[in-house]
Write a protein that binds this ligand. Structure first.
Ligand code: DGJ
Length: 731
């Protein structure tokens, strides 16, 4: 059991292999946060700094003493009381009052992990993998119960948190804010790392020192978004990849989120993450409950690298589900950048033939196969095949593709509707809209209102009908606009602000039904590239299209930034044509291949346009990746050189048993009279020898890590990769 409880003093300690998280009940009332960091024995609480007077801050008294809530490090602070810092929860009671004072009531501890009904979350396969602590808090004046859930993993340095609020009163309560986690720190000596971006430039890393006031990130777009990812880290000023403290926060949620840190007057800091309170409220009638999504918190004393590897392992093994969690992912070719909407059945079959000849295993037909869609102006929602374009239908096309020796995959964008569609003509109120206002379109489309069960049922039926009538092995589930003019025709006026979260619950319900009934299909999520790259989507779909920007140089930034929280096995990464369609840059086929091989490898171009020489290179890449994927998709990733800090990027992957290594070094621009560049490996066995596969050379781990290998790259946009195999212990 990794949870230790001092029942007398009500001290709660969660332990993971290298970390401890400690709380205690103060004055028989408040749940105080005491510590989160490197493993410690239960501390002497006399040493805990829980109470101090501060000018202009109210003092709360009870029979056990006084407390200054504005000073106390709290586990779940509430609004409108006497803690003026950012609250985790805000409510409005039936009488209009907003003060909620949560007092400790009881706890429950058990082996295994809590479940969150209707929401994605990390899981355990055996209850010995984790332990759960539930602490019940209550606002006794209004009989509102708040259950704080904490789970400690026994083999990973992961603490997860979630919150359930139960209205035990006989009156209505309106929730206006429910964070999933809030953590107080005694200092502000940290940097804040976030992953901002936009379309085609997702998850670029920004790092700034904390300052007084609030530093926050959020999405108000109805999706986790490319503009900001629901992840942040607080790290020491000197923390780098290998050294220093790093606290990671990630929300298992795909909708509006808010996260941030507030530095207060005493230079303490409060971090939080949860559903955005912007355009959110939730009515709890008598007996109703509300569950907030899961926050995944990782502490590392060994730098950002170890933090990321913990996230990677957790997500790879205990977030992603289904057979592709453990199986290698197929190498695919997607026709999107090769043909866009301009394809015929013959063209797709030709691509399949070419794919087979190159060793590619799966051909994906992207947008444009349904309704009368020949551009992005129409037909979303009309999920029936365009037989003018594809005379054999999807069933016949899949057969023809399969006959070439490759599997068949298909694109959908089920959450959307085109105003020019049969679906919209039949149900103009099924989209998100505000009566009497213009329905502003993005890419000529509107968002279906997934807060309505009948809309969800339509989507499940329409998608499953296609999946069940053809041999489809893969689905790309796209989503290409954010919500606007928010409103639902299915909800009463007083519940309109529930719509964005109800949409997410509807989406998760749809995904559970579609994915759950098609266990052999590999699902990849997409949102104009990586616009919904979050743990919520990964729970249903093991991989995400990382970005529509397929330029190899841009991908260095995007994949490097994404790897802060998300594993290689989650990142779709394809070789595309040059000049690149997004940046117009021409990079070598070798570099494009090398960058893409650090993710789930594939091609996104017209395979028929390759020269014979290029085909040879592609065959080599495909063969290489078939070997690499046996370990790279599950390997530990080490970031060695950051594209955000210079012209060169390097990273490497070490197999779980330490026997196989794959490393890449990427140079953007060539320098005249360059200095000496060396690839210095890490995490090798210094005593062992390693063969450089294909180069007939051997080096000791010691040499590879400390002296390194000289990197000779001439010309712009170059790369060099190494495959190492541990062969023996040196004497
Ligand atoms: C956006 C995606 O990111 C692209 O890969 C492609 O599927 C298009 N949508 C199709 O409309």
């Amino acid at each position: 059991m990794s949870i230790i409880i001092d029942k007398e003093n009500l001290i709660f300690q969660l332990n993971t292999p290298k970390t401890s998280y400690i709380m205690r009940v103060f004055n028989h009332r408040y749940l105080a946060h005491v510590y989160w960091g490197k493993s410690v024995k239960t501390p002497d609480m006399e040493n805990a700094s829980l109470n101090r007077f501060i000018g202009f801050s109210p003092v709360a008294k009870n029979e056990y003493g006084y407390c200054v809530p504005d000073f106390l490090c709290q586990e779940y602070p509430t609004g409108c009381g006497s803690d003026y810092r950012n609250p985790a929860m805000s409510v409005v009671y039936a009488d209009g009052s907003r003060t909620a004072e949560l007092e400790y009531e009881s706890y429950n501890v058990y082996r295994g992990k809590y479940r969150l009904e209707g929401l994605p979350a990390t899981y355990v396969e055996d209850e010995v993998e984790a332990d759960t602590l539930e602490i019940v808090m209550r606002d006794s004046v209004k009989n509102l119960k708040v259950i704080l859930m904490f789970c400690a993993y026994n083999q990973l340095d992961v603490i997860t948190r979630a919150v359930k609020i139960v209205n035990d009163s006989d009156e209505r309560v309106i929730l206006e804010k429910v964070m999933s986690a809030s953590v107080d720190y005694e200092t502000d000596e940290y940097d804040f790392i976030e992953l901002p971006g936009g379309w085609g430039k997702e998850r670029h890393i920004e790092r700034t020192p904390l300052r007084s006031g609030i530093q926050s990130i959020e999405s108000r777009r109805g999706a986790s978004s490319a503009q900001m990812n629901p992840f942040f880290a607080m790290v020491g000023h000197n923390t780098n990849e290998e050294y220093g403290e790093a606290y990671g926060y990630n929300l298992v949620y795909s909708g509006n989120f808010s996260a941030g840190v507030e530095v207060d007057q005493l230079h303490k800091s409060r971090a939080w993450i949860g559903i955005n309170d912007y355009d959110f409220s939730w009515i709890l009638e008598e007996g109703d409950s509300f569950t907030a999504p899961e926050a995944v918190m990782v502490y590392s004393a060994e730098g950002l690298g170890a933090m990321s590897r913990t996230y990677h392992k957790l997500y790879r093994t205990r977030l992603v589900r289904g057979k592709y969690r453990d199986e290698v992912r197929p190498i695919l070719a997607n026709n999107w950048e090769g043909t866009y909407f301009n394809f015929t059945e013959e063209k797709i079959v030709d691509l399949a033939k070419e794919a087979a000849g190159l060793g590619i295993e799966l051909l994906v037909l992207d947008d444009g196969w349904f309704g009368k869609r020949n551009d992005d102006n129409c037909s979303l929602g009309d999920w029936y095949v365009n037989t003018e374009k594809l005379p054999s239908g999807i069933t016949g096309l899949a057969e023809k593709v399969n006959a070439c020796g490759v599997k068949f995959g298909l694109w959908f964008e089920p959450e959307m509707v085109s105003p020019d569609s049969d679906l919209y003509r039949a149900h103009p109120d099924w989209c998100i809209h505000t009566p009497g206002r213009e329905r502003n379109e993005t890419r000529n489309q509107l968002t279906l209102d997934l807060s309505r069960p009948e809309v969800c049922d339509y989507i499940v039926e329409a998608v499953c009908k296609i999946l069940d009538t053809a041999n489809i092995s893969y689905v790309k589930w796209d989503m290409n606009r954010h919500m606007s003019e928010l409103g639902s025709a299915g909800l009463p006026a007083e519940r309109q602000k529930e719509m964005p979260h109800r949409y997410m619950l509807g989406l998760y319900n749809v995904l559970e039904r579609v994915v759950g009934t098609h266990p052999d299909v590999l699902f990849e999520s997409c949102s104009g590239g990586g616009g919904r790259f979050d743990p919520g989507m990964l729970y249903y779909m093991p991989q995400t299209w990382t970005s529509d920007d397929t330029d190899a140089v841009e991908r260095l930034f995007i994949q490097y930034g994404t790897s802060l929280a998300y594993p290689t096995s989650a990142m779709g990464a394809h070789v595309s044509a040059v000049p690149n369609h997004q940046t117009h840059r021409v990079t070598s086929l070798k570099m494009r291949g090398d960058v893409a091989m650090s993710g789930n490898f594939g091609y996104e171009l017209d395979l028929n346009a390759f020269t014979e020489e290029e085909k040879e290179e592609v065959r080599r890449q495909v063969a290489e990746y078939k070997e690499l994927r046996t370990f790279v998709q599950k390997a530990d990733m080490y970031r060695l050189k950051s594209p955000f800090e210079g012209n060169d990027t390097a990273w490497m992957f070490v197999s779980e048993d330490g026997m196989d290594i794959y490393a890449g070094y990427f140079r953007v621009l060539c320098k005249v009279n360059p200095g000496i560049y060396r690839m210095k490996f890490t995490a090798l066995d210094p005593e062992a020898r390693y063969e450089i596969v294909g180069e007939n050379k051997c080096y000791s781990g010691d040499e590879l890590m400390n002296i390194g290998l000289v990197v000779e790259l001439h010309g712009d946009f170059m790369s060099k990769t190494w495959r190492l195999r541990k062969i023996e212990k040196s004497n």
